[in-house]
Design a protein around this ligand. Structure first.
Ligand code: HEM
Ligand SMILES: *[C@@H]1O[C@H](CO)[C@@H](O)[C@H](O)[C@H]1NC(C)=O
Ligand SMILES: *[C@@H]1O[C@H](CO)[C@@H](O)[C@H](O)[C@H]1NC(C)=O
Length: 533
């Protein structure tokens, strides 16, 4: 017994005697390499961030990576090495060089968003040809023509949104806009994807889907930043609660697809009708598993982003009285009844558009860095970003939140000023720069496919709300929710700024608003309902 003990302790100390020096030497070499010899070693940045992507992973977990990245840029300058293999830039030139360039592609880390490398989707595809064919499919759903056909469905959903506010307005009870707009957003996405009404605005039944979406998007955003952490995913999947939630979620998606498959493919105008054509087509169309993945990601892309924009617009309007008044005037003088609010007349409301753009500038729903990998292309001219030659395999990107707050492009960047988008006295050059630096939907071939749809959804929701109600921020503590505050953390101190918790797409809380009915205009909504019913 004691001999065995002695023997094992000798073993242990000899092993440690090798391991510890061995490990120390390894770490020393690794650190020396990263700091002095790595091709990116001359770029400034925080030491820990140069050594491991765990740095990005940690702040992604805290949901403040977009803020941390901006602070690092303020400390280290226009180009920061943030990750062993990553450079973050901050200029309009860099945006063009990185995102409008066939020398870059999405990095492998994007599999964090999808089920795996073998199943490609529009958002996660790495191969340019695969992407192009998928994008063509999805593009049909968000085309002009398609959108016109979908508008009545969208309007029904927005009327429901207004009707759900009505009881609170009659009692002057505060309304949590994050809650309402996430239900609206995902419900519209379900209809657009599968002609399926999830009933989220009126019933609790399917709302558990958000738990899954949110857990999923937090983990995805960590893995996207820190691909090695994907190993922990196995741990996550072995958690019973997570497995159950995921199972329940997938069963709803399955129900949506199955219910849609029972109908004729042309029975509805939706993503399914387009994808089903590709399923049928013989020339290497779509596999069933890919349809699934495409469907899943579409729900997130279309449903979880628009809600943030909507909340931000309401937040800023409730805190900027002049803007509120100007917008109310525009909406109420352009239309004579609620049902007129739609189509080209709505799209022509310039102040409304400026209010939306300014909210997207200050609180972009995708606030962080969308990484792109520089491709190795031997023999070509070097790939440069903002004048820097970038080695093949490096990940490069621009932090959207940062570029939207560059004072040179946007004077008083933390002030909500829709007027900046309408200033006719501004020199054309300045205007162009501002437009080029405004990238809430990203840009280039991988930019958002649903931009026009997003504007239409947000415009309808804001204009209709303003038509039927007056609103203001809730009294007391509730009215503070969603805003920055002293002590809320570095970069979260501006009381006039809507706070984003960035998990790839952002989450947030509030604003809480109190609504007041404008006379009895709401009665025409009930009429509209009985007409349909
Ligand atoms: C305010 C709302 C929205 C914002 C801010 C937004 C933003 C973005 C951004 C930044 C990307 C690029 C992601 C990346 O590089 O990884 C993207 C991609 C995409 N978005 Fe949106 N989006 C919004 C609404 C929508 C809607 C309503 C739809 C569908 C109707 C949609 C469909 C897509 C699709 C399909 C892609 C993938 C594009 C590709 O890789 O080809 N988005 N979006
Ligand atoms: C408002 O709604 C969101 C989304 O459902 C929720 O996460 C948040 O906790 C709500 N806010 C409060 C203060 O209850
Ligand atoms: C982001 O992650 C947090 C923490 O899990 C979660 O509470 C929040 O709802 C998530 N939001 C989104 C949109 O993913």
């Amino acid at each position: 017994m004691s001999a065995a003990f002695k023997w094992s302790s000798i073993m242990l100390s000899t092993t440690l005697g090798y391991i510890i020096p061995g490990l120390s030497i390894y770490i020393l070499i690794y650190v020396t390499y990263q700091i002095f010899l790595h091709p990116l070693s001359s770029y400034p940045g925080l030491l820990i961030a140069k050594l491991t992507d765990g740095y990005n992973g940690f702040y992604a977990f805290q949901r403040g990576l977009h803020l941390k990245t901006r602070q690092n840029q303020l400390t280290y300058g226009a180009v920061v090495r943030q990750g062993p293999n990553k450079l973050v830039f901050n200029s309009i030139k860099a945006l063009q060089d990185i995102y409008r360039n066939d020398r870059t592609t999405k990095p492998k880390a994007y599999i964090a968003l999808g089920p795996g490398l073998s199943i490609q989707t529009t958002i996660t595809a790495i191969d340019r040809h695969v992407h192009r064919s998928r994008r063509q499919l999805v593009g049909q759903v968000v085309s002009e023509r398609f959108m016109r056909m979908f508008e009545p469905t969208m309007i029904d959903q927005i009327n429901l949104f207004i009707q759900q506010i009505l009881p609170s307005a009659l009692n002057s009870a505060p309304v949590n806009i994050t809650e309402r707009s996430k239900n609206l957003g995902l419900n519209i996405a379900g209809l657009l994807g599968f002609g399926y009404d999830l009933g989220l605005q009126t019933s609790e039944e399917n709302r558990f889907m958000f738990d899954m979406l949110h857990a999923g998007s937090l983990w995805s955003s960590i893995f996207l930043q820190w691909p090695n952490a994907r190993r922990f995913r196995l741990g996550l999947i072995s958690l019973r609660v997570f497995r159950q939630l995921r199972g329940k979620y997938l069963s709803v998606v399955e129900k949506m697809i199955a219910s849609r498959q029972r109908q004729d493919k042309d029975a509805q105008r939706d993503l399914y009708s387009v994808l089903a054509d590709a399923l049928d087509s013989e020339n290497g169309g779509l596999r069933q598993s890919e349809l699934w993945a495409e469907a899943n990601l579409f729900l997130v892309a279309a449903g979880d982003t628009a809600k943030t924009a909507l909340c931000a617009v309401f937040f800023y309007l409730s805190r900027n009285d002049d803007c509120y008044k100007k917008l109310a005037h525009e909406i109420r003088s352009t239309f004579t009844v609620g049902s007129e609010i739609r189509g080209p007349a709505l799209a022509a409301c310039r102040y409304l558009r400026a209010c939306i753009d300014e909210a997207l500038r200050m609180s972009p729903p995708a606030a962080g860095v969308l990484w792109r990998e520089s491709l190795h292309t031997a023999g070509d001219l070097p790939f440069t970003v903002d004048g820097h030659v970038i080695p093949g395999g490096t990940l490069v990107g621009v932090n959207i939140y940062s570029v939207h707050h560059i004072a040179e492009y946007f004077p008083d960047p933390f002030t909500y000023q829709p007027e900046r988008w309408l200033d006719n006295t501004m020199p054309t050059e300045k205007k162009r720069i501002m437009r080029d630096a405004f990238v809430p939907f990203s840009l280039g071939p991988r930019g958002c496919a649903g931009q026009a749809m997003a504007y239409s959804e947000i415009s309808l929701a804001v204009a209709k709300t303003m038509w039927y109600f007056d609103f203001e921020r809730a009294k007391g503590r509730l009215g503070e929710i969603g805003a920055g505050a002293q002590g809320a953390g570095e970069g979260r101190e501006q009381p006039g700024e809507f706070q984003l918790l960035d998990n790839f797409t952002a989450s947030h809380d509030g604003p809480y608003l109190t609504f007041h009915c404008r006379e009895n205009l709401y009665e025409d909504l009930n009429n509209a309902e009985s007409r349909e019913g």
